[in-house]
Ligand binder design. Structure first.
Ligand code: C2E
Ligand code: MG
Ligand code: MG
Length: 614
């Protein structure tokens, strides 16, 4: 506008049109502030004022000073200044929908003290409309001696400019809202994936230039789907909002927090000094999440947190995110409810696990997997009960038979629900085999099947178990014993408890496997309605060498006897182990000293040779 001589223009009718044309052309400017500067300049010059401000009408009905031109040093501090629609000259002009000139502002009834204090002497308020809707006002102000009156033609012209500004201002607000929406998560009010990625990129660029370390923290609430299914979406949404605000509270103001997926959050937090680690923050985050989830514990496995550090673990966005993901994955594989910092060793492990898991599942289709059966024997032949544990084996071409211990942990560590597929196959195969044996009137009476924690607590498990049992023509459901490891219980006691109850409703028995390896074993026994415990082989194998193993095993047997639970000693490698175990009150044994795992045909011969009872 400064190229155009305003006074010249104003003295010709065609000049007014030309001025409006110029302002019109400015409305195409993509940057609002530069448009506003130039349009406001024109409006100010038209009436010979000192400064111009946009007073926006907010959605909540308040007015807010948003942009200033010409008098920044006096009024700039008022950016964001809010007041209600029924105060001030702007409020009156807007309510009355008319232009208002206040030549003696300090004396006017609506004068606001802060403006008097900075020396505001007169105001021309031009209400701005979008169609019929008021959207705010253009306020032109005087700090010098104001005019007593303003030529109506000039007011009209200034008003026309104000309406042009209104149009562009509206467009600017809309763009801002769209940008905000595109970058923020409607549910939690945090950044969304795009938003936090943008912030992460900005932080990367700035740290690369100026140095500094920061942590990329990936936090997964695990199985939000379970909560959705159990309590409904409204509840799950409220929980997510709660978690979001707790996470925000735990972080510093300049840390970025975003929700990047249904139940996944990403936090980007600066480490202040070279030696600083995010461990205290991670502990705070875990604690915050467990408070948020407290009433629903058990329904919901705990949060898993994976961390990658800039620049230690990566200097670009993809690498950092991938590595935080790898670390989170390690937490999930280890049972959730913890955090883990990225380590290159984790990566190799996950890749290897995933590859192995996929190979194992493909092996099912090629008929390379088989079940072996290891007898579980009672010391009195009459009580033998002829139970066996089904153990999966892989006849991998070019290899000796692989035992479960050589590949099941990999399938579990791979995550992605792959272990569930394997377990499903084992369950179906084991139960239909036992049913066939019952039908033929031979073989063991009962079968133990190992089920991984993730499958056991998944919502599909009980439904699928019911389906498997429904297809049995001969065997009763109490001929099936599901083995879950004690560490599964540790990770999720309440959910395990529910599934155990559901199993009991179906008549299926449940055993706690590898008992003694968890930390809160004794407590769990009290609250979990399991039918038996299997004392971990480590204690049995150690029995002669370690006083503490002896003490633990003694304690477990005394307790299970008192609770009326069946106890099985695993890892009974020799007959020598049986004697002290018997003395300690153990009646049931499993181990190479009794019988090795064997295929179905070998088991039948073994049983038929009468070796089931000891
Ligand atoms: P587990 O349930 O505790 O099974 C016992 C493991 O100890 C078996 O190893 C068995 O071969 C081995 N074992 C038996 N007697 C002795 C002994 O006297 N001394 C020693 N040192 N070991 C003995 P396996 O078959 O390699 O299985 C390892 C683990 O893998 C199992 O431990 C179980 O937790 C898991 N597993 C096995 N089959 C399956 C399955 O079908 N699904 C799932 N999810 N896990 C399975
Ligand atoms: Mg087992
Ligand atoms: Mg075991």
């Amino acid at each position: 506008m400064s190229d155009v001589s305003l006074h010249e223009l104003l003295h010709h009718a065609s000049g007014i049109d030309a001025l409006l044309d110029v302002v019109d052309a400015l409305t195409l400017e993509s940057d609002f502030e530069s448009f506003f500067t130039r349009a406001a300049n024109a409006a100010r010059d038209v009436v010979d004022g000192d400064g111009v401000a946009i007073v926006a009408l907010r959605e909540d009905g308040d007015l807010e000073y948003r942009f200033f031109h010409g008098v920044q040093q006096l009024l700039g501090g008022f950016t964001g200044f809010r007041f209600s629609l029924d105060t001030g000259t702007v409020g009156r002009a807007l309510s009355q929908r008319r232009t208002l000139f206040e030549p003696d502002y300090p004396r006017s009834e609506e004068a606001l003290q802060p403006f008097i204090e900075v020396g505001l002497r007169a105001n021309l308020i031009l209400p701005m409309f979008n169609g019929d809707q008021p959207v705010g006002a253009l306020a032109i102000s005087w700090f010098r001696e104001p005019p007593e009156a303003i030529e109506p033609a000039r007011v009209t012209l200034a008003d026309k400019i104000a309406q042009q500004i209104a149009v562009v201002f509206q467009r600017h607000l809309l763009e801002q809202r769209l940008r905000h929406q595109a970058l923020s998560d409607g549910l939690t009010g945090l950044c969304n994936r795009a938003g936090i990625m943008q912030r992460l990129e900005q932080r990367l660029a700035s740290r690369e230039r100026h140095g500094g370390r920061f942590a990329v923290i990936l936090l997964d609430m695990n199985d939000l789907k379970t909560v959705n299914d159990a309590f409904g979406h409204t509840f799950a949404d409220a929980l997510l909002r709660d978690c979001g605000s707790r996470l925000r509270e735990m972080c510093r103001r300049d840390d970025d927090v975003g929700r990047i997926g249904g139940d996944e959050f990403l936090i980007v937090a600066d480490c202040e000094a070279q030696w600083d680690t995010p461990l205290p923050l991670l502990q705070r985050l875990l604690a915050a999440m467990s408070i948020a989830l407290e009433p629903h514990r058990g329904k919901w496995p705990l949060a898993s947190i994976g961390v990658a550090m800039f620049p230690d673990d990566g200097t670009d966005l993809e690498t950092l995110l991938h590595r935080a993901d790898v670390a989170m994955y390690a937490v999930k594989a280890a049972g959730k409810g913890d955090y883990c910092l990225y380590d290159p060793a984790l990566e190799a492990r996950v890749r290897y696990a995933e590859r192995t898991a996929r190979e194992v599942l493909a092996a099912i289709g090629r008929d390379e997997l088989a079940l072996y059966y290891q007898p579980i024997c009672h010391l009195a032949a009459s009580e033998s009960g002829r139970a066996v544990e089904a153990l999966v084996r892989w006849h991998k071409p070019g290899h000796e038979v692989l035992t479960a211990g050589e590949f099941v942990p990999e399938v579990e560590a791979a995550g992605l629900g792959l272990i569930q597929e394997l377990d499903r196959w084992v369950l179906k195969t084991a139960v239909s085999q036992l049913d066939a044996w019952w039908h033929q009137g031979r073989g063991p009476d009962c079968i133990h099947v190992n089920i991984s924690g993730t499958y056991f607590v998944s919502k599909d498990f009980i439904t699928e178990l019911r389906g498997v049992l429904a297809r049995c023509a001969s065997m009763p459901s109490d001929a099936l014993v599901i083995e879950v490891t004690e560490t599964t219980v540790m990770a999720n006691t309440a959910a395990v408890g529910e599934t155990v109850n559901a199993c009991r409703d179906l008549g299926v028995l449940v055993a706690l496997d590898d008992f003694g390896t968890g930390y809160a074993s004794l407590t769990h026994l009290k609250i979990l309605p399991v039918d038996m415990v299997k004392v971990d082989a480590a204690f049995v194998l150690d029995l002669f060498d370690s006083q503490s193993s002896w003490a633990i095993v003694t304690g477990i047997f005394a307790m299970t006897r008192a609770m009326g639970l069946k106890a099985v000693a695993e890892g009974v490698e020799t007959r020598y182990h049986q004697t002290p175990l018997r003395a300690l009150g153990c009646d049931w044994f499993q181990g190479f000293g009794v019988a090795e795992p064997m295929d179905g045909a070998a088991l039948l011969s073994w049983l038929e040779a009468g070796r089931g009872g000891q």
